[in-house]
Design a protein around this ligand. Structure first.
Ligand code: UD1
Length: 409
């Protein structure tokens, strides 16, 4: 059985890592070659920097991509089209049984669309044709906000997928409402949480807190707290509009007067800060800062997986517009304030540590102060138990073995 695993942008790498681990485990257990998975990782190159990509492959011990499509950054249409053009010959050559796409980025929809229309003969010279099974990991999440490129990617990828793996119960309802057959949907848990749990102990060895001068805890009343919060921000709706971005920065600056904020800054956001003339409002912190951090909004370069996990796990609070971080803070037991009007991950609010604040200055400050007063603990929504990857691989195995889904001629 042959699988192609697609990864393109930073949050994909953590999801793929769990599946790769589970495949390796499956292969180590089966006796016959026929029951083994052969797999190759295809990197689309949507993210290409050492800091946005390379370091994740090393830290998560992912195999080197067998193919790098090297598409790089461009407009949505150009990026999606380039991925499609370059992925098609890979599928034609490799002829896998299944293509696994994860998450909601442009690489996800582009490769699912190519897989949905690429056919090859069942055997050399056979007239019957098959196409690969399309497997979507993290299906069914919906923000119902069609201005988000990710929402379009989610809905359309799910419409094409043959096997849909969901992380939370709400996703099943969303998919059913869109007419997707129940038999295609599998509630398996969260691959990003698998990876977090697997690497938590290694992350504890990260020196990032010492390097940034954050390791000394402070006593506040009867409790000891680490005196910093973490910020991440990169949604186009938050950083591409100068008015919205200024409002968010105002809120962060206000909060950072009493709680220093560390902001590993996404390249898109950094570019906008320069473009909008906002550089004087942030402080750039070198990687070897070493001294106790002071009040203020401290920007640093994007961090690798283990450093970021360590930074986040000891933070007093996390302010973000990321999807995955809403989930990670839930498991880590760190209060999270999501600077968006909606979330496609409602379980992080109902069973987790997350609140929605929107992006208006006063609301962000108010929700942050409220969250800082809350006592939260680590939460594990259903099936967020570190075994999602194993469930996924077992279901893919059974589905490919049946071989009925993908016959097209
Ligand atoms: C993409 C995803 C988003 C995901 C995010 C994680 C889509 C539609 N968006 O958004 O869902 O949450 O990744 O980061 O797929 N850049 C670099 N180095 C890189 C990659 C990008 O400097 O390795 C810069 C480029 O200047 C580029 C900008 O970052 O213009 C944005 O990158 P892009 O991949 O277009 O989208 P993201 O905003 O990262």
């Amino acid at each position: 059985m042959k699988l192609v695993l697609v990864a393109g942008a930073r949050p994909n790498f953590m999801k793929i890592a769990s599946i790769v681990d589970a495949i390796d485990m499956h292969n180590s257990k089966v006796r016959t070659v026929r029951h083994r998975f052969e797999y190759l990782v295809v990197h689309t190159g949507q993210h290409y920097d050492e800091k946005m990509s390379g370091t994740f492959f090393r830290e998560l011990q992912l195999p080197r991509p067998a193919v790098d499509l090297e598409v790089g950054s461009s407009s949505h249409a150009v990026q999606t089209a380039e991925i499609m053009k370059r992925f098609e010959p890979v599928l034609e050559k490799e002829q896998p049984d299944a293509v696994v796409v994860v998450g909601d980025v442009n690489s996800t929809i582009a490769c699912a669309l190519v897989a949905s229309k690429t056919t090859y003969p069942t055997e050399p010279h056979a007239s019957k044709k098959i196409r690969p099974l399309i497997v979507h990991v993290e299906a069914g999440l919906r923000s119902r906000d069609w201005s988000m490129p990710e929402e379009i990617n989610r809905v359309l990828t799910d419409a094409m997928a043959d096997v849909l793996f969901v992380t939370e119960e709400d996703a099943i309802r969303n998919l059913r409402r869109e007419g997707i057959a129940r038999r295609k949907i599998h509630f398996v848990g969260n691959t990003m949480v698998d990876t977090l749990l697997r690497h938590a102990a290694r992350a504890e060895q990260s020196p990032i807190l010492q390097l940034l001068g954050l390791e000394r805890p402070r006593r506040v009343g009867p409790t000891t707290i680490n005196p910093y919060g973490v910020v991440t921000l990169h949604r186009p709706s938050n950083v591409d509009d100068p008015h919205v971005f200024r409002g968010i920065l105002d809120a962060l600056l206000r909060i950072s007067q009493t709680l220093p904020l560390v902001f590993p800054i996404h390249p898109r956001s950094f570019a906008r800060i320069k473009e909008f003339g906002l550089t004087s409002r942030i402080k750039m912190l070198g990687p070897e800062h070493g001294r106790d951090i002071e009040a203020g909004l401290h920007c640093i370069e994007p961090l690798g997986y283990l450093d970021f996990l360590r930074l986040m796990s000891k933070a007093r609070i996390v302010l973000t517009d990321s999807g995955g971080i809403q989930e990670e803070t839930t498991v880590l037991g760190v209060p999270c304030v999501t600077m968006r009007e909606n979330t496609e991950r409602p379980v992080t609010m109902s069973q987790g540590t997350n609140v929605l604040a929107g992006t208006a200055k006063e609301a962000v400050v108010r929700q942050t102060l409220r969250q800082l007063k809350r006592t939260v603990k680590s939460m594990r929504p259903d099936f967020w138990d570190g075994k999602a990857g194993e469930r996924i691989v077992s279901i893919i195995f059974k589905t490919v073995a049946k071989g009925t889904h993908t016959r097209v001629g």
